[in-house]
Design a protein around this ligand. Structure first.
Ligand code: ZN
Length: 384
């Protein structure tokens, strides 16, 4: 039902407006984004196309557009718009857009009918992008960006929910309990995220039971940007050798039987004491809500990085995919929310891995990287 993350490359950079009065007749470039194979520029005022100077430079081939009497609306150079586009304040009155490609191409540039304050320039096909041949200028451009990301102090609060706890052991396999496993992994995820500069809160940091509203309350109180619930799976003895692997869920009603079965088991404990009417009200209020699309994106990012990290040492880890299921623990969360089933503790081989610190660290790192990627993309998509 849901398509992939980016059907087209969409990197969205929004720049702050400067008051136009500061610059007299000057215009300012307020936005730049890459969409549907075009670079789309937006301006504070209608653009006078006579003030654009277009020329090319060889080795590597560059299409250059100088916008005269133009300021970048933000003093900061935009983050990368992909490998081949750069935008900078070239001098006090000129914004320069450089599009680089392996081989010469003829861009089409036009003002769209709906807005004279926009300008679109077609980009070379992806295969024509320069991938490895970085020019010195490009390296200089790329370097501070990387440093910035690693040193960034984030403001986005993340809540990690370790499933079950106390009298609720969750799944049990080979004498091992889900509640202990997910607490250990949750702690490692927290550590990974703190290392990356994120404020993180755990719903429980010890072996105690939490009601549903207690799990989501902390996310509301701290205005968390994402909510991650960590669980482990189990299946009946007769199938224990067949089912293994990592599955990532985001909230949605589903007809998929397997998702429903897993959801039913995870829901059992949290639903005790919640009456049916209030359950339905909560569900109605969030199903079909905008958070589902965001939750799906978050789930994809997390799942991708978990699989990559797990398979870096264990190549046979099964990819259970990103799925949707009506987990109640996610229902109350009014933010992108994901439930991770890190593996099957009913599967002897996977159980052994799951309870090893090495594998837990791989999963934790993957989860943290996924969250970081999601939030980074999200920052690019919204106005700064
Ligand atoms: Zn669970």
């Amino acid at each position: 039902m849901f398509r992939g993350r980016y059907p087209v490359l969409v990197f969205f950079i929004t720049l702050f407006f400067f008051s136009p009065s500061l610059f007299g007749g000057m215009n300012s470039m307020t936005k730049a984004l890459v969409k549907k194979g075009e670079l789309r520029l937006s301006f504070a005022h209608p653009l006078d196309t006579k003030k654009i100077r277009h020329f090319t430079l060889p080795n590597p081939h560059r299409e250059i557009y100088d916008f005269k009497e133009m300021k970048l609306a933000h003093s900061r150079v935009p983050l990368g718009l992909g490998n081949n586009v750069r935008i900078a304040q070239n001098n006090a009155n000129t914004v320069r857009v450089v599009i680089e490609s392996k081989s010469p191409f003829k861009p089409t540039a036009y003002q769209p009918l709906f807005s004279k304050a926009s300008y679109h320039i077609s980009l070379p096909r992806k295969s024509a992008y320069l991938q490895k041949d970085f020019t010195p200028a490009k390296q200089a451009y790329a370097k501070p960006r990387e440093q910035k990301v690693t040193r960034q102090h984030h403001t986005e609060v993340i809540v990690i929910d370790a499933g079950h706890g106390g009298h609720d052991s969750g799944a049990i396999g080979g004498g091992k309990r889900e509640k202990d496993l997910v607490l250990a992994i949750s702690r490692k995820v927290t550590k990974q995220l703190k290392k990356r500069g994120f404020p993180v809160y755990l719903t429980r940091s010890s072996d105690r039971f939490l009601k549903l509203h207690e799990r989501t309350r902390i996310a509301d109180r701290k205005d968390a940007k994402v909510f991650i619930s960590i669980h482990a799976n189990a299946i009946a003895q007769s199938k224990r050798d067949k089912m293994h692997g990592i599955e990532t869920f985001f909230l949605q009603n589903t007809r998929d039987e397997r998702s429903q079965r897993i959801a039913a088991r995870e829901n059992e404990a949290v639903l005790k004491g919640t009456d049916r009417v209030s359950k339905n009200v909560i569900i109605d209020s969030v199903l079909n809500g905008p958070k589902i699309v965001e939750s799906n994106k978050l789930a994809i990012d997390i799942h991708k990085r978990m699989m990559a990290n797990a398979r870096s040492l264990y190549r046979d880890v099964k990819d259970g995919g990103v799925r949707h299921a009506p987990f109640y623990v996610l229902v109350g969360a009014s933010r992108p929310s994901v439930l991770i089933e890190v593996g099957y503790i009913s599967h002897p081989k996977e159980r052994k891995r799951l309870f090893s610190a090495e594998y837990q660290n791989l999963l934790a790192k993957g989860i943290a990287e996924g969250i970081e990627n999601y939030l980074r993309n999200r920052r690019r998509e919204i106005d700064l």
